[in-house]
Design a protein around this ligand. Structure first.
Ligand SMILES: Cc1ncc(COP(=O)(O)O)c(C=O)c1O
Length: 456
């Protein structure tokens, strides 16, 4: 381990090479510094949890070690389907990339460390991750999940309930009582998103996990952490058994790859999840593993900027009379709950205009905001979920779940916040979404309540 990796101050000599008198002086001068580096975290973490010291997440994201023969700083891409064996009986660490690949393993260990998990597995998309997780289910099993789910997750669960004999209950997971009403000893899985997408509803992970485990100790609580990333939320520390996320979003950050990540703390569960990956071949390719490894290193700087931009944009829209959903706003009905679990508010928000055609005009008038599904990218995106990402949920179900058809979702990037606000203001004016007066402007369809609110 190099001294530069220890985080120790630049002291003359090293306590392990100096006389014991000098070592004692140094120890006294720096009582909290591990001068010998005995307690440094390994990186990537081994597949068992490390009980010793951990670096802050910002450091863990960037810092990796490998046993590469040439000490390459960036993990090599092992673009090889097979690995030669030294004996006829096989037994090499890797033999076939569907089963395992060194680039993928490096990424999985790095992610396990970041997600505070014992084991992480990477697959070809966020939906592939959910597919792998739901392969743990048997016909007759019951699943409880939210009523504001990502459209693709909804579609997969619908398929399983139609073709796989799985009973799926969609309830409002913002109310743990609604989960209590349906949970029973056959509940094999609870599947949560928080904040939900696009209605930004918050689920109380510790409470729901406790009541699910009480009803059935074998019930698996799985949390889709795509909206917040490991930087802002650790569901495994809040009672979840499985955390998964779409690596296509914040983890990679550039919309140049598709990936899914699954993480667990129970090694037997990890093996059960690995089985369908090996069996079907949905493990992440070597090149995409390398790309994701590169992307994840900048997660902290990207998310910091995206969040601070999102907060300003949410405040801008709210102050002009729009109904905004963002957990960073005090007006969010579950502000306290969200911040009791998470270390930040994320960078996805939604707002209503009161008119579907007006929303369409806003989306089409924006210039900096690209009309696109997805989120978590460095550039800002705008979309109408009911027309795009959630169109796979039929209109009747959307109406039952009180999903406003005029909802606009903003996925905030790392651009200059003033530029983003200027572009949005121009789009609002062009679309006729605001009434402009000499004193400023206000949402044309603002509710009476928000009209009364002082504009910031
Ligand atoms: C919350 C959420 N979960 C899962 C997914 C699926 O991820 P992927 O598109 O990588 O399959 C998405 C995609 O938008 C998502 O928004």
């Amino acid at each position: 381990m190099s001294a530069s990796g220890s985080g120790a101050p630049n002291v003359p000599g090293n306590s392990s090479t100096t006389g014991s008198g000098e070592a004692n002086v140094l120890k006294k001068a720096f009582p909290h510094v591990d001068l010998d580096g005995h307690n440094l975290p390994p990186s990537p973490a081994p597949s068992s949890p490390h009980a010793g010291r951990r670096y802050a997440l910002a450091t863990e994201l960037v810092y990796t070690d490998s046993n590469d023969q040439y000490n390459a700083s960036s993990v090599p891409i092992y673009q090889s389907a097979t690995f030669k064996q030294s004996s006829g009986g096989g037994g090499g660490e890797y033999d076939y990339t569907r089963s395992g690949n060194p680039t993928r393993t490096h990424l999985e260990r790095h992610l396990a460390k970041i997600m505070s998990a014992q084991r992480a597995l990477v697959v070809s998309s966020g939906m592939a991750a959910l597919d792998v997780i739901t392969r743990l289910l048997r016909p007759g099993d019951e699943v409880i999940t939210g009523d504001d789910l990502y459209g693709g997750s909804h579609r997969l669960l619908k398929y399983l309930s139609t073709n796989g004999g799985i009973i799926v209950h969609h309830v409002d997971t913002t109310q743990p009582e609604k989960v209590s009403e349906v949970v029973n000893s056959k509940t094999a899985m609870v599947l949560l998103e928080t904040p939900t997408n696009p209605l930004i509803k918050i689920a109380d992970i510790p409470r729901i996990a406790a009541l699910a485990h009480e009803a059935n100790p074998n019930c698996l609580v799985a949390v889709d952490n795509t909206m917040l990333s490991p930087l802002l939320l650790n569901p495994l520390e809040l009672g979840a058994d499985i955390v998964y996320e779409s690596g296509t979003k914040f983890l990679s950050g550039h919309h140049d790859l598709m990936a899914g990540v699954i993480a667990v703390n129970d090694s037997a569960l990890g093996e059960r999840l690995y089985f369908p990956i090996n069996a079907s071949g949905c493990g992440l390719s070597p090149f995409d593993s390398w790309l994701l490894m590169r992307g994840v290193k900048t997660l902290k700087v990207r998310m910091d900027q995206q969040q601070s931009n999102a907060q300003r944009i949410a405040e801008f829209l709210e102050s002009h009379g729009f109904k905004v959903r963002y957990p960073g706003l005090r007006s969010h009905p579950q502000y306290e709950l969200h911040h009791s679990m998470a270390r930040g508010s994320g960078a996805v928000l939604s707002f209503e205009t009161g008119d579907v055609e007006m929303s369409e005009r806003i989306v089409e008038s924006a210039k900096l905001w690209a009309i696109s599904v997805s989120f978590g990218c460095v550039n800002s995106l705008i979309s109408m979920p009911c027309r795009m990402s959630h169109a796979s949920i039929d209109a009747k179900t959307r109406a039952e779940r009180a999903m406003p058809e005029d909802l606009i979702r903003l996925c905030v990037g790392i651009e200059d916040a003033d530029d983003l606000i200027d572009d949005l203001r121009r789009a609002l004016v062009q679309a006729g979404a605001v009434n402009v007066t000499l004193d400023g402007f206000h949402a044309a369809n603002a509710s009476v309540d928000s009209q009364a609110a002082p504009a910031a």
